[in-house]
Ligand binder design. Structure first.
Ligand code: ADP
Length: 640
């Protein structure tokens, strides 16, 4: 039998040094890599044998066996997969011919030393990770359908490897790791079991190990002697086998889905919705996703991360995979099992990987479609879900341009016409708009009770127009980003001018003649406002404040002020609108016409302003002055 010695290419050597000495903080993943290779090899023969059943050599009992030999100090990963012949060993192991390796080495030339760890994570380095724990690695392999020739590859990872022909009865590959003196922990049964459970539990093929069964205590002297002589060995399967997301939907019971959800999410409740699908085509993956029902306590905390686990070829890769879900879906839990990513993929790479991009788009589409289905078919459940997560979902309206309209159609709003606790969609609002209504009216504020009493609603109510009542801070940005729905612009009823019809406009022009000088006087006197004008929107109230169309709502300004972040958005100047039909305004106008110097005129003017400040939900700037004016009024009316 001849033994050939081959030199590693220089770059190869350098790469192995890098991997072994500095790059894997998490050395136990070597086992994951080897099990994954073994599983792939089994997948290959399984596939080949469909058309070439003779390749099976009547051994189709797929298995990955781990053999810990404490005396020899070796850990072997044995599979009965496709196996390798001499050529494929030379090609696959210990050369730079593989596309991943050469691409890696190209990058390596350019990269600065500091970037190396990230760089290395981008490529599937699989087999080479053996050298993190082993001083010598032996690969013995025999290709399916080639019973004559087996091959042994041996290397210490130091610059050369040897090849020799061997006899090997069983098809498949043994990777034999001669563990470093300080890595003997990987011979420990419990350690091995824990690693398999952690990283390879959902590997489809059984991963087994022979374990010693301690002899049963026996009364029978004869029997005891027997068992002491020969400890019982039992082959134990370490992984739980087929992953639920790989199974056929039709075979999975709702309880099984729910149990897996609870295991994933640590949520005690059942999920609101299960989304299970596989994608085929250019990018292949399977996904099992869940929409929760209940809000986790830390949903709005910065440390809250999504509950999506990434598997690559059934091998667990990472939790909370933020690259696969946009932040506005961070309440989703589940598993994505991708076929087209390298196992050692790093976060940095995920961020710019096209496969990941495709998967993410696909997930988003599927999740939003599931929500739509719920909204249409399972409304009560949807409302429950939406109340808990709608606020987050709506972030997507301004984050995700592509899905903006889809998400807008999933939003639920309260409105003036709908009783408290009931909701409508934008579509429903749009469809029930009277034909003369040109804009979609909305008002943003703290809560429904406050909004319902708002003076801004008065004229619209009078005209028979419904108004959406929004109470989530994100509504401000969401509506600002949407701008219109089905061609109808959104209109905040506390901002800008309210459209009036011709008749109304003519009436207003007429009234301006009567009120013109009062308006000038008020504009001069009430310094905090930029303008004073007659209102189209008031019926019962005497006055209100209006922001410019492009300004933030008073609600948002107040919110930011409370958070100490008012500088970020600034405070926009207000316009004071007065209701020319209100008796208080009429009296003020008469007093003013009579004698503009009358101190009551200024007092009443300020009272009109202060009540408008209170109505928009803000604080009066000078409570003492406000109280004095009110008290003067009480005294005066009390006396007369
Ligand atoms: P990767 O698995 O990312 O391709 P590896 O370095 O782990 O990288 O493996 C290189 C190649 O060696 C594999 O693509 C495969 O063709 C071959 N190989 C590795 N392990 C086995 C095995 N147990 N059985 C058959 N072929 C294997």
């Amino acid at each position: 039998m001849t033994v050939e010695t081959h030199e590693f290419k220089a770059e190869m050597k350098r790469m192995m040094d890098l991997i072994v000495h500095s790059l894997y903080s998490n050395e136990e993943i070597f086992l994951r890599e080897l099990i994954s290779n073994a599983s792939d090899a089994i997948d290959k023969i399984r596939f080949e044998s469909i058309t070439h059943p003779e390749l099976l050599e009547s051994n189709g009992d797929w298995k990955i066996k781990l053999i810990a030999d404490k005396e020899a100090g070796t850990l072997t990963v044995r599979d009965n997969g496709i196996g390798m012949d001499k050529e494929s060993v030379m090609e696959n192991i210990g050369t730079v011919a593989r596309s991943g390796t050469s691409a890696f080495l190209e990058k390596l030339q350019e990269a600065e030393a500091a970037n190396l760890p990230e760089l290395i994570g981008q490529f599937g380095l699989g087999f080479y990770s053996s050298f993190i724990v082993a001083e010598k690695v032996v690969v013995e392999s025999r290709m399916a359908g080639d019973p004559q020739k087996g091959i042994r590859w041996t290397s210490d990872g130091e610059g050369s490897y040897t090849l020799e022909e061997i006899e090997k009865k069983e098809r498949g590959t043994d990777v034999i790791l001669h563990l470093n003196e300080d890595k003997k922990e990987y011979l420990d049964e419990w350690r091995i079991q824990a690693i398999v459970k952690k990283f390879s539990d959902f590997i489809e093929h059984p991963v087994t190990m022979d374990v010693e069964i301690p002899p049963m205590p026996s009364q029978d002297e004869e029997e005891r002697k027997e068992t002491e002589k020969e400890p019982k060995i039992e082959e134990k399967t370490l992984n739980s086998g087929q992953a639920i997301w790989l199974r056929n939907k039709a075979d999975i019971k709702p309880e099984e889905y729910n149990e897996f959800y609870k295991h994933l999410s640590k949520d005690m409740h059942d999920p609101a919705e299960v989304i299970h699908f596989s994608a085929e085509g250019t990018v292949e993956f399977k996904a099992l996703l869940y929409l929760p029902q209940e809000r986790p306590f830390n949903l709005f905390e910065p440390e809250h991360k999504n509950g999506l686990s990434l598997y690559i070829k059934r091998v667990f890769v990472m939790d909370n995979c933020e690259e696969l879900l946009p932040p506005y879906l961070r309440f989703v839990h589940g598993v994505v099992d991708a076929s087209d990513l390298p196992l050692n993929v790093s976060r940095e790479i995920l961020q710019q990987n096209r496969v990941v991009e495709t998967i993410r788009k696909n997930l988003v589409t599927k999740i939003l479609a599931a929500m739509k289905r719920m909204l249409e078919k399972d409304y009560d459940n949807y409302v429950k879900f939406y109340k808990n997560f709608g606020q987050i979902l709506k972030e997507g309206i301004y984050i995700d341009w592509n899905q903006r309209d889809t998400i807008a159609n999933l939003a639920l709003y309260q409105s003036v016409e709908k009783p408290a606790g009931e909701y409508l969609t934008l579509k429903q609002y749009y469809e029930s708009m009277p034909s003369k209504q040109e804009e979609i009216y909305y008002l943003i504020g703290e809560n429904r009770a406050v909004l319902e009493k708002s003076p801004y609603l008065e004229a619209l109510r009078d005209r028979g127009f419904d108004v959406l009542l929004m109470t989530d801070p994100v509504d401000e940005w969401a509506i600002g980003s949407l701008r219109e729905y089905e061609g109808k612009p959104f209109k905040a009823i506390d901002k800008g001018e309210l459209k009036a019809d011709e008749e109304e406009k003519a009436k207003q022009e007429e009234k301006k003649k009567t009120y013109g000088s009062l308006l000038d006087y008020l504009t001069q006197t009430i310094e905090p406002v930029s303008e004073v004008r007659l209102s189209h929107r008031l019926k019962e109230s005497a006055s209100c404040l209006v922001a410019r169309d492009e300004a933030n709502s008073a609600y948002m300004e107040n919110l930011m002020r409370r958070l100490g972040r008012e500088e970020e958005i600034g405070v926009s100047p207000r316009i004071l609108e007065i209701n020319p039909d209100h008796p208080a305004v009429k009296i003020l106008n008469d007093l003013f016409d009579n004698n503009a110097e009358d101190p009551k005129v200024a007092d009443f003017a300020w009272l009109l302003y202060d009540q408008a400040v209170l109505a928009e939900g803000s604080k009066v700037q000078d409570p003492q002055a406000f109280a004095r004016r009110i008290n003067d009024l009480i005294v005066r009316t009390g006396l007369s």
